[in-house]
Design a protein around this ligand. Sequence first.
Ligand SMILES: C[S@@+](CC[C@H](N)C(=O)[O-])C[C@H]1O[C@@H](n2cnc3c(N)ncnc32)[C@H](O)[C@@H]1O
Length: 362
Amino acid sequence: MAFQFNFPIGDHLENKLIPVGDGALTLESQKGKQKDGKCSTGQTDLPHGLLGECISLGNAAPSQYLDSPLNVTNSSNDLESYEKQPSSTAAKEHAVPKDLKKVLEHKVTEELSGLQHVNLSVVKTMSLKEFIGDNIASKSFSSHSDLIPGVYEGGLKIWECTIDLLAYLTKAKVKFSGQKVLDLGCGSGLLGITAFKRGAREIHFQDYNSFVIEKVTLPNVVANFTSEDDENGVNEPDVKRCKKSQIAQEICKCRFFSGEWSQFCKLVLTDKHFVKYDLILTSETIYNPEYYSSLHQTFLILLGKNGRVLLASKAHYFGVGGGIHLFQKFVEERDIFKIKTLEIIDEGLKRFLIEVTFKHPN
Ligand SMILES: C[S@@+](CC[C@H](N)C(=O)[O-])C[C@H]1O[C@@H](n2cnc3c(N)ncnc32)[C@H](O)[C@@H]1O
């Protein structure tokens, strides 16, 4: 089953981001989709997983997290309940393989076209079925879902708001130099890769699913940095290679994590020298209100006091029920962060880019 860009893209992009191989990451014109019985806003389709039936396969609360000494908080208000959480998939760090060439072995890489001022390559991904098995995957496929909450959170495809945020990063000349950046809920990792290309000091990629990190994010990072370095010693042992190869040295700035957000926080904070992020980039991660508490807590724990979150989202995610206004309300009620709207994209499905910063950084 092929994964597709299951969303509308403005005319300038439409049908340009097409096939990355014959499987994943294809853009399809949305015209005519409503005839297939998919829900619609009247203008376009949404990914079906965000519209129709959600298959809930686990809602266990990572309650131990609240009691953990790692629960570094800036305010007493943030101890909201972890009652409604996605299953607390354990977090894990994924090492960058010694042989970077191997990461791209048997992979088809293509350049994403239609992006303004950014050249990005992506690898073709396999189908979800190949990662999580027929039984679970069939639940997704039977409803044409792009997500299986608590099992697969959508990271195999590139979602529309990532393209919006990429355009904003260029347009607003967002500075990355010297910054420590987190691509939260990274999926393909294009936001983090852009930060990497533009001089970020350190970039961390997080996705719910380990197979997304290993089969999509990491290969995409490597695909964007190895081509000019192919002949440059990438087969040598780790330390030596890092010294020798400029590109490999660059890739040492990247770290990769999978797991549920609260578990991810817990994992990174086990490093007692952990330094908070200057910038958190996150796209299409507020579709499910059940995850807001965990996401809010993640910002609270991991964002530097003068840092900012750039968040891209659709106005509303039908079916799951989340969206920008609900998230904004959630944040306002906790009174820790302030939100500034940076851009509203009103073509096709309405989308927002917002900035989240601490109300009282000191
Ligand atoms: C819809 S995908 C968006 C992927 C990518 N940011 C994009 O825009 O193309 C949502 C991503 O958020 C992450 N995510 C959602 N809920 C999560 C949770 N509770 N814990 C950890 N990650 C989560 C998943 O990693 C998933 O890839």
